[in-house]
Each structure stands twice: as C-alpha cells, then as structure tokens.
Design a protein around this ligand. Structure first.
Ligand SMILES: [Zn+2]
Length: 289
C-alpha cells in the first residue's frame, strides 16, 4: 500500500511538471483572446503589408498603431512609412518583437497609448494572421474572371429569421470549382438548412481559424470529413443549394458563401465570425475587379 502511494505521488509529480512545462512554453493556453471587429480597409491593408515587408515589422503592429492614432479615418501611408522607418532605424538588426517595439514606442507615446496599440495588435495577430498573402483565393486564377463579389458582410438576411450576413458571397457560374485557401483539415462536410451542401476546413498552421464554404453543387469524389486538404486543392463546386430541407436548390443565384470563424482560444469551443472581405481582397489574384 505504501509503495503504491509513493508510485502515485511520483506519477502526479511527473504529470504536474509536464503540464507546467507545456503551459510555460505556450503549447497549452487557457488564455481567452479578444476578437475585435476587424475594420482595416482593404486599400490600407495593402499599404500596411507593403510597409511591413519593406521594414520587416509585423503588419499587426503597424495596423494597431494606425488604428489607435487615426482609427483609419485618413490615409496615412506616408506617415506610417516614416514611423516604420524610424522604428527600424532604432531597432537596427534587432527583430521587431513586442518587447523590442515596446521600448521604441514608449519613448514617444504615453504608456496608456502604447498599451492600447499592443492590445489591438495582439487581437489582430490572433484573428487576422491569414491576411498575409501566403493564402489562396477560393477560386483558382484560371476561373477568377468568372467571379464577382463585394463587401456583403453584415447585410440583412431574412431566411431563418432576421439576421446579419456572416460572410461574403462570391458569384460564379454553376459548378465552377472552388479551392481550399490554405492547408487544413475537413472538420465538417454535409447539409445544413441555411448553407445547403457545405465544407468547413480548419487551418493547419493557425488552428484558431475555420473556413466555411456553403451552397455547393457537389463535392469532388473522395473528399471526406477528416481529410487533410492542401492549399489550392478543389474542395467543391459552386451551386445554389440551401434554404430548406436536404436537396433544396434554386432559391437564389449560384454563388459561394465564404465564411471565416475564429476561436477565442486554442481550447475554446466558441467560434466568432469575422469579415472575410479584406482577406479575400489580399488573396485575390485580380484585385482590381
Ligand atoms: Zn452568403
């Protein structure tokens, strides 16, 4: 009995140390992330991404600085570039980490403003990492010219009760193939009343993100729940399914409803919809349209 207790104690100690290590290293986190309304205009997003690449400063610090100061009410590309250049010259060869940037910013701004900038940046890093152009537009370049969309996020919808549009509609001819925006896992595939035939993919590199494709005509042969799909892989075909019991079609023009959902933590079950418009504009191979 005594030996049993000693073994148990040792086991508990080992497991405790293991969990303590994983939390300390950031592999496990109970932290809840703030999901902010993401209002960065697509034109400004492009400028910010360019300046970010030029001065090797993560875009979310630049966006957060601009949001805190101007709330995107004016175009500030030149001023933002000046700021980025100044930060870079102070940083020298150092990486633009939060710690290093904090030391730079605190020299010119109040503590409260600096805290606000990092609070915004932290939320944006969590909920908008795919803004970088390493992702694919949901339609391959060779069919891009058949696709049209606008910022229909938040538009009123009435089917299934009064609600707001939680995604972007991309109009394209029936059965146009659509592709995965990044590598990920098919976590859900099937019919739902609103979306018709749908696929939900969880981002592999940033598992807090889920991409939702709805109103499909059909799926490619062999696509199953649990599959890992690669960026640019065909995962369905544009249709007009949905707004009723399984098999309902023809209630609206064929289009892809594209939704993006973010979890508020790695172990959180709750997902919040974010506006995919600015992301689509950044991934779009033909952004003039
Ligand atoms: Zn829609």
């Amino acid at each position: 009995m005594k030996r049993f207790l000693i073994v148990m104690l040792i086991l508990v100690a080992i497991i405790g140390l293991g969990v303590w290590y994983l939390v300390g290293e950031g592999y496990v986190s109970w932290e809840k992330k703030e999901i902010r309304e993401f209002r960065l205009p697509d034109k400004q997003a492009k400028n910010i991404l360019n300046i970010s690449a030029k001065y090797d400063i993560p875009w979310y610090y630049l966006a957060a600085w601009e949001e805190e100061k101007y709330d995107y009410t004016q175009t500030t590309s030149q001023e933002l570039e000046k700021i980025a250049k100044a930060w870079r010259s102070i940083l020298g060869e150092q990486e633009a980490t939060e710690k290093n940037l904090r030391e730079v910013m605190i020299q010119e701004q109040s503590q409260a403003k600096v805290e606000k900038v990092f609070q915004i940046a932290d939320a944006y890093q969590w909920q908008a990492e795919p803004l970088t152009q390493k992702y694919a537009f949901p339609f391959a370049p060779d069919v891009r010219k058949k696709v049209s969309y606008s910022n229909s996020w938040g538009d009123p919808r009435s089917f299934g009760g009064k609600r707001q549009h939680e995604g972007i509609d991309l109009f394209a001819p029936m059965e146009t193939p659509l592709v995965a925006v990044t590598k990920g896992k098919v976590v859900k595939k099937g019919w739902n009343t609103l979306g018709g035939w749908t696929v939900t993919i969880q981002d592999e590199e940033h598992p807090q993100f889920f991409y939702y494709y709805a109103h499909l005509h059909h799926y490619p042969e062999g696509l199953e729940q649990g599959d890992i799909v690669t960026k640019g892989q065909v995962i369905g075909y544009v249709g007009d399914s949905g707004y009723g019991p399984e098999g309902t079609t023809g209630k609206f023009a064929p289009h892809l409803h594209f939704g993006m959902y973010v979890r508020s933590g790695y172990i959180a079950l709750q997902r919040e919809a974010v506006n995919p418009y600015v992301f689509l504009r950044m991934w779009d191979p033909d952004p003039k349209k």
